[in-house]
Write a protein that binds this ligand. Structure first.
Ligand code: GCW
Length: 687
């Protein structure tokens, strides 16, 4: 309590509230007729939330016969036997067109708020919606809401290993595993499931996409009972569980001498695994697969392609309704930096566009939002929209691998919004990423968004308390990409700190400024990287310059940037459609923030903003540090207005951020001053 563990589900009771005189809500009872597990969860959540807001537990009853039970909250599926729900919605309930949709209506006549849905999952989401209204202090009169998710798949990817470590985890150890076993005590997993369901997420893969020796065995009889325990928990919250699998499993644990996807024995082996998995977990979601990527095995070894590989798994899962989610993060990670023809940015598009149309119906390709790897600024992956006959989901990274590792503040919702709103022009104007992800543009049955989680066993889940806003925002956006980054920030801040004005306002401002601040003191103008190799924290301008990973900036005494034009560079710009391709190809029209992603330019090149590239680098880095200090100063003004523990958690991180931003500033500025020999026009200190 008070340490951030309850995240946005604490429903802090307003200091002003007293249960008798000015109750937070008059709704002190809950009427629910149905007994199924997910409806039970919805009711339990209402009870928890109301208990906290009211200061005492609400009454739960199966019918509202007694007038003493009013005003009440009635919850039930259409035709599910809750008379109040029927009465409030009348004989003609809203058509939600989704088993996950819900409607909420308040009725003065019946002295109640009713939550109705086609199915229990909708009731759960409806209950969380109502709690959100209560927690943000929204008016409850004349409610008439209906909502359904834009995206069918709204997924979280855990990068947890069974030894308890988390790949790119910045908030402690795994809540799922320790010592190569699934934990006995899964209370924290249950609390996590609540958080995910509360923002509408409905799928989770529970182990790292890099599947090593022990994790390869998760699909065996030995470990499936434990996996089933985890799936049982998520099922209560209407979340389907997936596993990441090792493509070479038939060899590593199956005793076969090949993993060739066209080999009948290999196919049979996977069919048997599927049968075994579904016997243990009847609603198992399916497999998430990283293959032929960063040294992981895959179909290439056998001269097969990614359609052969994914279709083989899809065939095994299809009798049970399982999905294969196949990642497109496939590129040559043994590149020679001297080779200027190979461009990692091109790789996903080049690998996967020729396969469009060949994937089975239960295969979904998962595409990272950008062509490189979750940098603070990248263009949108040109693969998105380029495979119209294939199901696709967009992959974001909530974990802040390249955006400050949850030691720096970086609210990523504005970045994700930019991606989702980007018009790919793949089918003319209006072909936005969100319309491709949700399947509507190409009429695909499956689609959605996946993201790498940012949680661990730190008491407040995310290390940096304010990084909780990214997990919250991701879920809200996956449900409804039309929500604004501002509204999401405000909701999160109100739910977390209580709807008290000054705190909320300051926190929102800090969140909304933070992405741009982080960008300004790190790698400039879209070029990316410049981080320390392997752990990826802190500045190292040439850290990846002479490596095999395909991540270069090509800075020399004359200029900087990667020429990805068709005229003189790698031709990457031509992977975009129509005017997008043109805009990036032509130096004059390329947006400043992506200039160095697409062009190699002299330091004296003038940006649209009017400053030269070198002066921009200096300005941004000096200003970025000031702004980072400003974040700390703004937070310090809140001292005494919020819980001391929460205050000092964040203050500590912001202090460190300001210090580390200095390190970035000085290393980057000094590097470019030495390379270019061009002094700062403003004569500030460069070492
Ligand atoms: O961002 C890179 C990370 C790897 C990760 C990989 C991937 C899970 O540095 O740690 O591996 O991407 O997305 O597969």
């Amino acid at each position: 309590k008070g340490n951030g563990y309850e995240a946005w589900l604490g429903y802090p009771r307003p200091a002003s509230a007293s249960s008798e005189h000015s109750p937070v809500t008059p709704y002190h009872s809950i009427i629910a007729a149905e007994q199924d597990e997910v409806t039970g969860t919805a009711v339990a959540e209402l009870v928890r939330g109301l208990s906290s807001l009211l200061g005492s537990a609400p009454l739960v009853a199966a019918d509202a016969l007694s007038a003493a039970n009013r005003p009440c909250i009635a919850i039930g599926t259409w035709g599910g036997g809750n008379p109040l729900v029927e009465q409030v919605f009348g004989g003609d309930p809203p058509r939600l067109a989704s088993p996950e949709g819900y409607a909420i209506r308040s009725s003065e006549a019946h002295s109640c708020i009713a939550i109705g849905a086609d199915a229990p999952a909708g009731l759960l989401y409806g209950a969380f919606h109502l709690l959100r209204l209560l927690g943000t202090g929204a008016p409850l009169e004349a409610l008439d809401i209906s909502s359904k998710p834009a995206n069918r798949l709204r997924m979280i990817n855990q990068w947890d290993n069974m030894d308890g470590t988390i790949e790119r985890g910045y908030a402690g150890a795994s809540i799922f595993y320790e010592q190569n076993r699934i934990k006995d005590d899964l209370q924290r997993v249950e609390d996590y499931a609540r958080m995910l369901a509360s923002v509408g997420l409905n799928a989770i893969s529970i182990n790292n996409v890099n599947v090593f020796a022990v994790e390869t065995r998760l699909i065996t009889a030995e470990m499936l009972p434990d996996v089933a325990r985890v799936a049982d928990i998520f099922r209560k919250y209407a979340i389907r569980s997936f596993l990441s699998i090792n493509f070479a499993a038939p060899m590593e644990i199956g005793g076969l001498d090949t993993a060739d996807p066209l080999d009948p024995a290999v196919r049979e082996w996977w069919r048997e695994r599927a049968a075994e998995i579904y016997a243990a977990i009847p609603d198992f979601g399916g497999f998430l697969v990283k293959a032929d990527s960063e040294h992981r095995p895959g179909p290439f070894t056998y001269g097969r392609d990614h359609a052969d590989g994914s279709n083989m798994l899809a065939e095994a899962l299809s009798p049970y309704g399982g999905l294969v989610i196949w990642r497109c993060f496939v590129y040559n990670c043994k590149q020679d930096w001297r080779d200027r023809k190979t461009d990692r940015a091109r790789a996903a598009y080049d690998h996967f566009t020729p396969l469009d149309g060949r994937f089975h119906d239960n295969v979904i390709l998962q595409i990272k939002n950008g062509p490189m790897d979750f940098q603070v600024r990248e263009p949108v992956s040109p693969l998105i929209g380029a495979i119209p006959a294939t199901h696709q989901v967009v992959e974001f990274q909530i974990a802040q691998e390249y955006t400050g590792q949850q030691r720096h503040l970086c609210y990523l919702v504005p970045q994700w919004k930019q991606v989702l709103d980007f018009d790919t022009l793949s089918r003319g104007e209006g072909s936005t990423v969100k319309a491709i992800a949700d399947g509507s543009l190409y009429g695909r049955a499956w689609g959605g968004i996946a993201a790498v989680s940012n949680i661990g066993d730190d008491p407040n889940w995310t290390g940096h308390l304010l990084a909780q806003a990214n997990l919250y925002g991701y879920g809200r956006l996956a449900w409804n990409p039309e929500l604004s980054a501002e509204d999401i920030a405000q909701e999160w801040a109100q739910l977390t700190f209580g709807p008290m004005e000054p705190v909320v306002e300051t926190v929102c401002r800090m969140l909304l400024d933070s992405w741009s601040i982080y960008e300004s003191y790190t790698a400039p103008l879209g070029v990316g990287w410049m981080v320390n190799p392997s752990h990826h924290y802190g500045p190292n301008v040439d850290g990846y310059e002479y490596s095999m990973w395909g991540t270069y900036h090509f800075a020399d005494c004359g200029g900087i940037g990667v020429d990805r034009t068709t005229a003189t560079g790698t031709g990457y710009a031509a992977q975009y459609n129509g005017s997008n391709a043109e805009r990036y190809e032509v130096l004059e029209s390329c947006p400043d923030e992506l200039l160095l992603f697409f062009h190699h330019v002299p330091y004296t090149h003038k940006l649209h903003s009017g400053t030269s590239v070198i002066q921009h680098i200096y300005n941004a880095h000096f200003e970025g540090v000031e702004q980072a200090r400003g974040l700390l100063a703004q937070w310090q003004e809140l001292e005494g207005r919020l819980n001391e523990q929460l205050y000092s958690q964040v203050a500590g991180r912001l202090k460190e951020q300001a210090e580390h931003a200095c390190e970035w500033r000085d290393i980057i500025n000094t590097y470019f001053w030495r390379k270019s020999g061009i002094p700062d026009e403003l004569g500030r200190v460069i070492y």
